[in-house]
Design a protein around this ligand. Structure first.
Ligand code: GTP
Ligand code: MG
Length: 360
């Protein structure tokens, strides 16, 4: 489905460091004016047990594109050029990973002399809102010329003006509780302050997880119903460079089951409202993804369009049942395989077989 997340935040808050940790791409850190971009395989703890069970020689995981966007300075949109270009990259991503510096280190230059997550979040949000306000102003201008006598356009115009007034009052579009009609009216604007946000508190070390800056960021996230993760970007970037075996040992020492990066990717992915389902057999274990609530034919269409157009039924077994009972045959024998029709909504962890009429 080609989903992507963009790392945003003030300069030197640790975006590239975290990008390196997530992607192990070794991108250059500091003062970067370039956008880094990598495709990462989504970890899913259910893949390995399935591979073991089916003895499948091939695995096809879901991927997520991670984009590292250079720091947004306050006033950067107003300065045209660079800021506008950076915001252009933000426009193209599905979700934002907003990195906020929550560690103190006098030796590392930062945008400000102090550490203050509330100020930093506000600064970045302001840049996003200024950009959105410009986008809306253009649309409002266009609509105003055509609106006379057209009720539908008048409604669209009123929606745009309302959202813009919200932005002018300092409320990002994602916090404006927009109605379906309003969302439709602004849809084509791809407003950046409307994108879902996962806050990332960048801390010096995991011992620092309760520091006052992290708590401040947690409060901000909670207020807007968003999630926050605290990670030590620098430690994680080092962990990502280790061999898989050493990495596990290191994580065990820290008492962690998985690296924070795996957690980060899974949380970001969950935020996009996606579910993972599987096809599994002796040739491969394949992870697929669809939006929560997608009916069976739409989910099947992710695998092949013929499966959507010629959809007959879906045979579904649950991952948990398969692991508990040890084989597909055992699940069928226990009466736990389900036959589902067109209205079934595919669930996270379904292992499916699609029956369909192939097009001629
Ligand atoms: N002490 C400490 N330093 C960190 C941590 N994360 C990043 N740094 C350092 O902070 C500096 C800036 O980090 P970058 O990752 O380049 O920051 P950035 O947000 O990508 O910066 P721009 O791309 O310029 O906006 C580097 O020297 C990092 O090594 C951390 O968790 N602890
Ligand atoms: Mg950078």
């Amino acid at each position: 489905m080609g989903l992507n997340c963009g790392l945003v935040g003030l300069p030197s808050c640790g975006k590239t460091t975290i990008y390196n940790a997530v992607t192990a791409a070794g991108a250059e850190s500091f003062g970067g004016s370039e956008v880094n971009c990598a495709v990462v395989k989504m970890p899913d703890p259910r893949i390995q047990p399935l591979v073991d069970m089916y003895k499948a020689p091939k695995v096809v995981p879901v991927t997520l594109e991670v984009v590292d966007i250079p720091g947004l300075k306050s006033g950067s949109t107003a300065n045209e050029g660079r800021g506008t270009k950076l915001l252009g990259h933000v426009k193209e991503v599905d979700a934002l990973l907003h990195v906020v510096r929550c560690f103190e280190d006098d030796n590392l230059p930062f945008e400000y002399d102090t550490i203050d997550p509330a100020r930093d979040v506000e600064t970045v949000d302001l840049e996003l809102m200024v950009a959105d306000s410009q986008t809306l102003a253009n649309k409002i201008k266009r609509l105003s010329k055509k609106v006379k006598g057209n009720k539908e356009l008048a409604g669209e115009l009123a929606d745009c003006e309302k959202v813009q007034a919200g932005l002018d009052n300092g409320v990002p579009a994602r916090r404006q509780n927009l109605t379906d009609h309003e969302l439709k009216s602004i849809y084509e604007c791809h407003l950046v302050s409307r994108k879902p946000v996962l806050y990332i508190a960048n801390i010096g070390s995991m011992d620092d997880i309760d520091n006052k800056h992290v708590k401040a960021l947690q409060t901000i996230a909670k207020e807007e119903g968003a999630s926050m993760l605290a990670v030590s970007g620098r430690d994680e970037a080092e962990i990502s460079q280790l061999d898989p075996e050493d990495r596990q040992e290191f994580l065990d020492e820290l008492g962690l089951k998985e690296s924070s990066m795996e957690r980060l990717l899974r949380t970001a992915y969950g935020m996009l409202g996606l579910v993972n389902f599987f096809t599994a057999g002796e040739t491969e274990v394949h992870v697929w993804t669809c939006r929560k609530g997608d009916p069976a034919p739409v989910a099947a269409g992710r695998i092949h369009t013929d499966m959507e157009t010629g959809f007959i039924r879906m045979e579904v077994i649950r991952y948990e049942d398969l692991i508990e009972l040890g084989s597909e045959q055992a699940v069928v024998k226990a009466g736990k395989q389900r036959i589902e029709g067109r209205t079934y909504e595919v669930k996270d962890g379904d292992i499916i077989v699609v029956r369909f009429n192939a097009s001629k």
